[in-house]
Ligand binder design. Sequence first.
Ligand SMILES: [Zn+2]
Length: 206
Amino acid sequence: MSEAKLREEVCVIGASIFGRGLTAGSSGNISVKTEDGWLMTPTGSSLGRLDPARLSKLGADGRLVSGDAPTKESFLHRVMYEERPETGAVVHLHSTHSVAVSCLAEIDPMDVLPPITAYYVMRVGRLPLVPYFRPGDLALAEAVRGFASKHHAVLLANHGPVVAGTDLDAAVNAIEELEETAKLHLLLRGAKIRYLSPAQVEELRA
Ligand SMILES: [Zn+2]
């Protein structure tokens, strides 16, 4: 896909994410791999009002080539690309239900959400919880790195999800599935639930 088309796609998907309330204010960021580096959403920008011409263009060395300065959370994206060479896009959101789940005291840090639906198991799989770090702390990048080779989706504690995909559609579909599953999980809290059985989960993973 041409760089112009990728720029357009990032802005269209950003507006769609913002319009549906999946991230608010200037939170959330998107990156896509290009032939010679990456495109990334700029720091302080709202996903609802992105300008294709002002997206941050980073070279293969990670330095800004053109456009506005990249998101301050760019290190979350870099780690995913470094640890998962097949990655074509990364999306990070402060999506309400996922953030809510990331604040629950009693969750399994190795696999935060239960197997509620088949699509969650197929698109997200096991979701580890990355411990909390203050905004901008680069130790967060190293903590994410520890999971990234085995997981394309991670949940940052008291913060939100980061999801990598082979392309932008795959990353967005997976992070939306994660958010919907977090919503279902909260809706079902306190109810007697019939989760997918271990055998059903294994069948999907195979
Ligand atoms: Zn964030």
